[in-house]
Design a protein around this ligand. Sequence first.
Ligand SMILES: [Zn+2]
Length: 182
Amino acid sequence: MSVQTIDLLKEGLPVHQESLHLTGDTKTGLVLVDVVNGFCTVGAGNLAPRQPDKQISEMVDESVRLARVFCDRKWPVFAFLDSHHPDIPEHPYPPHCIVGTEESELVPALKWLENEGNVTLRRKDCIDGFLGSVEEDGSNVFINWVQSNQIKAELMHHIGLYIAKGRGAKVVSEVSLDTKNP
Ligand SMILES: [Zn+2]
């Protein structure tokens, strides 16, 4: 998804961004959507920024900050990674995030998530992470994650948020935390 597409989505969808204060009283999961090189790293591919982009770099920085907070507290984190089979294009987008390439890998600043026990990584081959989580047997990795972690509040981060809003996820522009440990 290009930056222009994101802007169009923002204009077209009646999404109001909220601020969220995390206290640890409500079980909260962090969902990172497509914070991969193919969308976020300059020059990484057809849908990557061509030059440094403030909106994208701020989103990445914020994702890193939140991921650190969640991992420090061992709160659940779910990361969707856009990954396409080379023979199955995703219309109307040009080829991007082909399986096995750097494009479909987490950005360097988030690579460490791969080694965290509280993080679930999910490669998906369509823009909707929810549909992309259906297994062959009909079960859904994302639903299983929400249920097994008993997550009440789902904090989605990044572009997939605008789509996820309809499913009850919070779209937040600002996140603050209690200083006390949960
Ligand atoms: Zn894609």
